[in-house]
Write a protein that binds this ligand. Structure first.
Ligand code: GLY
Length: 291
């Protein structure tokens, strides 16, 4: 086994600029999530454990639109999507439109580990979760004051906050995870890219891994993460591959999105065509956090 230097890049969503008052808490949230996932990788943990660790940290943080703090649909309900994939054997798990789970990414992982299905939605996903010991949470435990105020006040599209992570571990395995409350004021039952393998999440040890954020419908139509990972062929730099995938997405769909990407060597990259994107990654030994 060739030992590799681990690598990790996280995002906390792409979209409109984050209001100044929210930036410090969001920055701290990204730092905490990065530290949790990096510690896993440094101690020899798997890329899969690292991306799940980062995603759980951000799902538990009300500053992000995932888990606690998810945005509301047009009925004022939370409906969350999440998925993950590991690039060694192409195992994957996803849940869509789930309402009563604190950490949808953990249920997606349980589904992946069980291996029978890849994607469960709605009541079926929640029944699967309860049968595996995940305790249901009430709507009130997930809905924050801020999201409730937005829903009552504006009913318009707003700040970003989908979360995602991609990692490479010492054994050369890559993994990706993505989790979201979806888009604000969406139709009940709508599922976006974050639950769709190849759109919001993709991993392949021979090439790399990606997690996307932004216009879910456009990302699905362009199979954005699969496209970006394919662009890593022939040693293309991850930032250039991410840019090329976004160019294709925009040309074909006029969509706005962001993507984080890493390759099999552990080089990280990202690109977005939105006004802002929240990110955390290492540049040398320095943690770069952008909100
Ligand atoms: N990219 C998140 C969503 O569209 O649901």
């Amino acid at each position: 086994m060739t030992r590799r230097q681990p690598a990790l890049i996280l995002h906390g969503g792409a979209g409109a600029s984050v209001p100044a008052a929210q930036r410090p808490l969001r920055q701290q949230g990204l730092e905490r999530a990065f530290a949790a996932a990096w510690a896993i990788l440094q101690h020899g943990g798997t890329a899969l454990d690292a991306v799940v660790g980062a995603t759980v940290a951000m799902e538990n943080d009300p500053e992000f639109n995932a888990g606690v703090g998810s945005c509301l649909n047009q009925d004022g309900e939370v409906e969350m999507d999440a998925s993950l994939m590991e690039g060694t054997t192409y195992r994957a798990g996803a849940v869509g439109a789930v309402r009563h789970l604190r950490n949808p990414i953990l249920v997606a992982r349980a589904l992946m580990e069980e291996g029978r299905h890849v994607f469960l939605v709605g009541d079926g996903a929640e029944r699967f979760a309860r049968a595996r010991g995940f305790l249901p949470v009430s709507r009130e435990e997930l809905v924050t004051e801020r999201q409730l105020r937005r829903w009552h006040a504006t009913r318009t599209a707003g700040e970003p906050g989908t979360v995602g992570a991609v990692a490479l571990d010492r054994a050369g395995r890559v993994a990706a995870a993505t989790s979201t409350g979806g888009i604000f004021n969406k139709h009940p039952g709508r599922i976006g890219d974050s639950a769709v393998i190849g759109a919001g999440t993709y991993a392949d040890d021979t090439l790399g891994a990606g997690s996307a954020t932004g216009d879910g419908e456009a990302i699905i139509r362009a199979t954005l993460t699969r496209t970006a990972v394919d662009y890593l062929r022939d040693g293309r730099d991850p930032t250039r591959a991410a840019q090329a995938a976004l160019t294709l997405l925009h040309r074909r769909t006029h969509g706005e999105a962001g993507i984080v990407l890493l390759d099999a060597l552990g080089r990280v990259g990202y690109a977005y065509n939105t006004p802002a994107m929240s990110l955390a990654f290492l540049s040398g030994d320095t943690l770069v956090v952008q909100v």
